[in-house]
Write a protein that binds this ligand. Structure first.
Ligand SMILES: Nc1ncnc2c1ncn2[C@@H]1O[C@H](COP(=O)(O)OP(=O)(O)OP(=O)(O)O)[C@@H](O)[C@H]1O
Ligand SMILES: [Mg+2]
Length: 310
């Protein structure tokens, strides 16, 4: 059976004066699929997602939701779409419940739906609380609740967990995971957190300066960097030898005048004994040694020259 494409973005471009915020990007999201847009500040994530939401208009290219463009279909598209913006402004003197009721009435939904959503996002105890008295995490949950009110087929979340503590972040992940199991919603979320992209999403797009640098499932992306492991080490004086010829080494990076090294290796057990032997042979002192699997962050750094949260 063919997959149902819910979001289609085709050669979309957006510029602000001379700044190209989104540069000719294309992708699709199927029903039931979760996609992460991962990128640093200013990458163009919000601009792209707001064009999909119909809030901003692209300079060129097409955006289709369930095969329809925004032009002439706004009412229909609003009904299938749930959105949460990077920053949500609620009406301060409304309670959580009143806020949900207000949005329910926009969609022509019964107030019983507000009660369901209060439970879904775990804000029952806060129903009477003014929205300006909510914590950051509770506000994010309310924003997500509003996005979910109309049982959207297309869910667009702009940094749903930025600034949250690990517990609150985990609660939002659980909620979105549950939604995935019980619905065929297509979701795009933007994030700076690679763990969020890894944990929640089927596919990840790495974006920087308006362009897509890489796209795929986590294993595909890791493989594109070169599946393997990283050895980090620090020695007291620079090595005389470049370590390129050690067994299974694919790449060597140096920092701090050659005292801090990073080896990208295929198999750490092949490399490590030789590295240690060489350290002894050159009479160096090993100050630090650490090994780990290749992560998305390694790929990100290799593509952009900087870390995600720099
Ligand atoms: N209305 C605007 N006018 C001029 N420039 C803009 C406007 N909106 C965005 N930009 C610029 O476009 C680029 C992309 O911004 P955007 O908000 O899409 O990035 P982002 O990836 O969402 O970043 P962040 O992670 O900080 O939210 C930035 O350089 C920004 O300054
Ligand atoms: Mg943004």
């Amino acid at each position: 059976m063919d997959k149902e494409v819910l979001i289609e973005v085709n050669k979309v471009k957006k510029t602000f004066k001379s700044l190209v915020a989104v540069n000719d990007v294309s992708f699709k999201v199927n029903a039931g699929e979760y996609l992460a847009l991962l990128g640093p500040n200013g990458a163009g994530k919000t601009t792209l997602i707001e064009m999909i939401e119909g809030i901003q208009k692209q300079d060129s290219g097409d955006i289709l939701i369930q095969g329809k463009s925004w032009k002439g279909n706004a009412e229909k598209l609003h009904r299938v779409m749930g959105i949460s913006l990077q920053e949500t402004h609620f009406i301060d003197r409304n309670s959580v419940e009143e806020t949900l009721n207000l949005f329910s009435s926009f969609y022509g939904l019964p107030q019983s739906r507000s009660q369901e959503i209060l439970e879904v996002v775990g804000l029952e105890a806060k129903r009477k609380t003014y929205v300006n008295h909510l914590s950051g995490g509770q506000r994010q949950k309310l924003a997500l609740g509003i996005a979910l009110l109309n049982n959207p087929r297309v869910l667009l979340l702009d940094e749903p967990t930025t600034g949250l503590d690990p517990n609150a972040r985990r609660e939002i992940w659980n909620l979105l995971e549950k939604l995935k199991q019980t619905s065929k919603t297509a979701m795009i979320l933007t994030t700076h957190y690679m763990e969020e992209a890894e944990y929640l999403c089927d596919r990840i797009i790495i974006m920087n300066k308006g362009s897509f640098l890489a796209e795929g499932t986590l294993p595909q992306l890791i493989k594109s960097y070169g599946d393997g492991e990283i050895i980090h080490f620090t020695v007291n004086k620079p090595f005389k030898e470049s370590l390129k010829s050690l067994p299974s080494v694919r790449n060597v990076f140096w920092e701090d005048k050659g005292t801090k090294g990073k080896l990208v290796v295929t198999d750490i057990t092949d490399t490590l004994p030789h590295l240690l032997a060489l350290i002894a042979q050159e009479k160096l002192k090993l100050l630090e040694l650490e090994s780990r699997k290749v992560t998305l962050e390694d790929l990100f750094i290799s593509l952009t020259g900087k870390a995600l949260n720099e």
